[in-house]
Design a protein around this ligand. Structure first.
Ligand code: ADP
Ligand code: SR1
Ligand code: MG
Ligand code: MG
Ligand code: MG
Length: 425
């Protein structure tokens, strides 16, 4: 239900709103310049409305959530999501400022945030990847963002009190419920919102609905998603939540932030890199450059994982060494002076990454499947105009994704994951 005093803005009222807020107006131009400000609505996501406002001195982005989702007006969604996005952006800025847009303003009543405008040549990574783009620094940037935000909000970094405050602040139940439905439940039964390339994939869609192993694995992932409060996640970390240039990577759209399993963020990103890889087989471009892009996408998948593990481990080790570890990295237990301290930290880390990697592989499988059989499709596949060609690419993706989902344990390393993609894809 609506927040009291809520109203949906449009291109005209966005201008008025910004003009009424002196600090925001000053970013756009001197007083009296309002008539020259230009506003356009550019939202291309599933959920919200996004306005770019440009004035003579600068530009800002205003993002507003209505009481329902953009792609389905009969689907209500909590307007507290703007608050979750604002609070998550603040946390991410504390830990990794170079990879998030600066937050300028949050308005609880109008369910909106105002933030730094990321101008061209910044582009949404999913869109650029679909067009054949390569980003040389993507693996390193994503690894850094994930390592810093996930480590920094985990019990390896936080004391118990701060941890419980974080849990209380990010009770993003309505949004999590949406994820629980559209990723872990809908694709495995005849949910009315599902769609797929039909009739070409009718057999596979039906097969997933009676696939006991897949349904057991999806349910196990759903349980972990709901039960495992391990760090403050971004919660919707896919290539559509990245705005990039050759030199910069910004992570946007943090409204799904909640305390959950680290593997969900990392696995979702792995899945979306692989989606770009699979889709590229059906997308037109000079064959040589697509070939090069595919090699690069697989390399990024590997590099991202390794760099992420490296950076997370070194943050953890450094915290222990400096006596600044959180509740699960206490100096007195594991510090260099504690008996067998160094070995204990090492063993904890090895166990942590083994389990984390297995869950990442499984989550990656579920995320690929939902993008082909569920409600929310992606332009990577949707840009393959010929339905037969699209279905062929989607079929291969689904087969590979199923093995990730149900046989995650069989993949011992990211190299094994990528090798499987290359053999089957
Ligand atoms: P949704 O929650 O609806 O998915 P997003 O936060 O993903 O909304 O934003 C939708 C689109 O708006 C993005 O794909 C991008 O094109 C544009 N956008 C969002 N934030 C910015 C920004 N800070 N600078 C420039 N464009 C942005
Ligand atoms: C109704 S499902 C919409 C999807 O878009 C968001 O960005 C999330 O990925 C969500 O699952
Ligand atoms: Mg989005
Ligand atoms: Mg969103
Ligand atoms: Mg996804």
């Amino acid at each position: 239900s609506n927040i009291r005093g809520f109203r949906a803005l449009n291109v005209d009222s966005v201008k008025e709103y910004l003009a009424e807020h002196e600090d925001l107006a000053a970013r756009l131009g001197p007083s009296g310049s309002q008539s020259s400000w230009e506003v356009r609505e550019v939202g291309d996501g599933n959920i919200n409305y996004v306005y770019i406002v440009e004035g003579p001195s600068g530009a800002v982005v205003l993002k507003q959530g209505l009481p329902y989702i953009r792609i389905a007006h009969d689907w209500p969604l909590t307007q507290e999501r703007a608050r979750f996005e604002a609070d998550a952006l603040r946390e991410q800025a504390r830990l990794c400022p170079e990879h998030v847009p600066e937050l300028y303003h949050f308005d609880a009543q109008l369910c909106l945030i105002v933030m730094q405008y990321l101008p061209p040549p910044h582009d949404v990574a999913r869109r650029a990847l679909t067009n054949g783009k390569i980003y040389p620094k993507l693996a390193q940037h994503l690894a850094t963002f994930m390592a810093r935000t996930l480590f920094g909000t985990s019990l390896f970094a936080l004391d118990a009190k701060t941890w419980r405050e974080q849990l209380a602040k990010f009770q993003n139940g309505d949004i999590c419920k949406l994820t629980e439905q559209v990723i872990f439940t809908d694709p495995y039964f005849t949910a009315p919102v599902n769609r797929h390339t039909s009739p070409q994939l009718d057999d596979l869609a039906a097969r997933f609905q009676s696939d006991v192993q897949a349904k057991v694995a999806a349910t196990a992932l759903k349980a972990r998603f709901m039960e495992r409060q391990q760090a403050l996640l971004h919660g919707d970390l896919h290539t559509g939540s990245l705005m990039c240039t050759d030199d910069t990577t910004y992570v946007i759209d943090a409204e799904f932030a909640f305390c959950g399993p680290i593997a969900f963020d990392v696995g979702k990103m792995i899945a979306n890199l692989l989606i770009a890889y699979f889709a590229s087989w059906g997308l037109e471009a000079a064959e040589a450059s697509r070939q090069q892009q595919r090699q690069w996408l697989l390399q990024v998948t590997k590099d991202m994982w390794h760099l992420f593990e490296q950076e997370f481990r070194s943050l953890w080790t450094a915290a222990v060494k400096q006596g600044k570890g959180g509740e699960l990295a206490l100096d007195v237990l594991f510090g260099t002076k504690a008996p067998a301290g160094t070995e204990t930290v090492q063993a904890l880390q090895d166990k942590f990454f083994k389990e984390l990697f297995r869950d990442c592989v499984s989550y990656a499988g579920a995320v690929i499947i939902r993008r082909i059989l569920g409600i929310a499709h992606v332009i990577d596949y949707e840009s393959i105009k010929d339905a037969n060609e699209r279905a062929a690419v989607e079929r291969v993706s689904l087969e590979v994704a199923r093995s990730f989902l149900v046989e995650a344990e069989a993949f011992e390393s990211i190299e094994a994951v990528v090798l499987h993609v290359q053999m089957e894809g």
